[in-house]
Design a binder for this molecule. Structure first.
Ligand code: 5GP
Length: 190
């Protein structure tokens, strides 16, 4: 596979700061491009279709599964599908850029299995489950129920950290961004 078809995965429990790191990277480096996932969850706040996600119906998502349109997909939360479309990766590679995937732990493991050697996987670890709970609460986007689901899933996901190429502890966002940049520069030979 040519160097142009490399990809970068940022994975972590929800609320560990991987989305902030992803935004920092894609804003700073024009060669990196955020891979827009498809999801069946509803848009939150100012989210727009085709920006944060491709928001699609359950029927359409299932149809896409049957067409093998996804490199990976997961029901990340009860009833809510999330997946990375092969066409999205092709779109980014076609533009001569490197996709940055912000996906859950299981999805990240699946992508790695399919593209060993071509992907750099980074696990962003929150300093603790308590801190993660505090961050999710302060984000103000979760109901008590969805908060509890995310926190319990986070503890489980943290046990998978050793499946990835690099673990970055996000106790300080600036330092975590710098460490991520360093890992990416080494991987891409920048
Ligand atoms: P949120 O609903 O907060 O946007 O995302 C919930 C979780 O789903 C996050 O951990 C996010 O990284 C993950 N996620 C987003 N897109 C995908 C995807 O395409 N595949 C998988 N497996 N997980 C995803």
């Amino acid at each position: 596979m040519s160097p142009q078809r490399k990809l970068i995965i940022l994975t972590a429990p929800s609320g560990s700061g991987k989305t902030s790191i992803t935004r920092f990277l894609t804003a700073k480096y024009p060669a990196l491009s955020f891979s827009i996932s498809a999801t069946t969850r509803a848009p939150r706040g100012t989210e727009k279709d085709g920006v944060e996600y491709y928001f699609i119906s359950v029927e359409e998502f299932q149809h896409r599964i049957s067409e093998h349109a996804f490199i990976e997909w997961e029901m990340v939360y009860e009833g809510k599908y999330y997946g990375t479309l092969n066409a999205e990766l092709e779109r980014i590679w076609g533009a001569g850029k490197i996709p940055v995937l912000d996906i859950d732990v299981k999805g990240a493991i699946h992508v790695q299995q399919q593209l060993p050697g071509d992907c750099l996987s980074i696990f962003v670890q929150p300093p603790s489950v308590d801190e993660l709970k505090r961050r999710l609460e302060s984000r103000g986007t979760e109901t008590a129920e969805s908060l509890a689901t995310r926190v319990s899933k986070a503890s489980y996901e943290m046990s998978f950290c050793h499946h990835f190429n690099k673990i970055i502890v996000n106790d300080n966002l600036e330092r975590a961004c710098a460490e991520t940049e360093q890992a990416i520069s080494e991987f891409l030979g920048w």
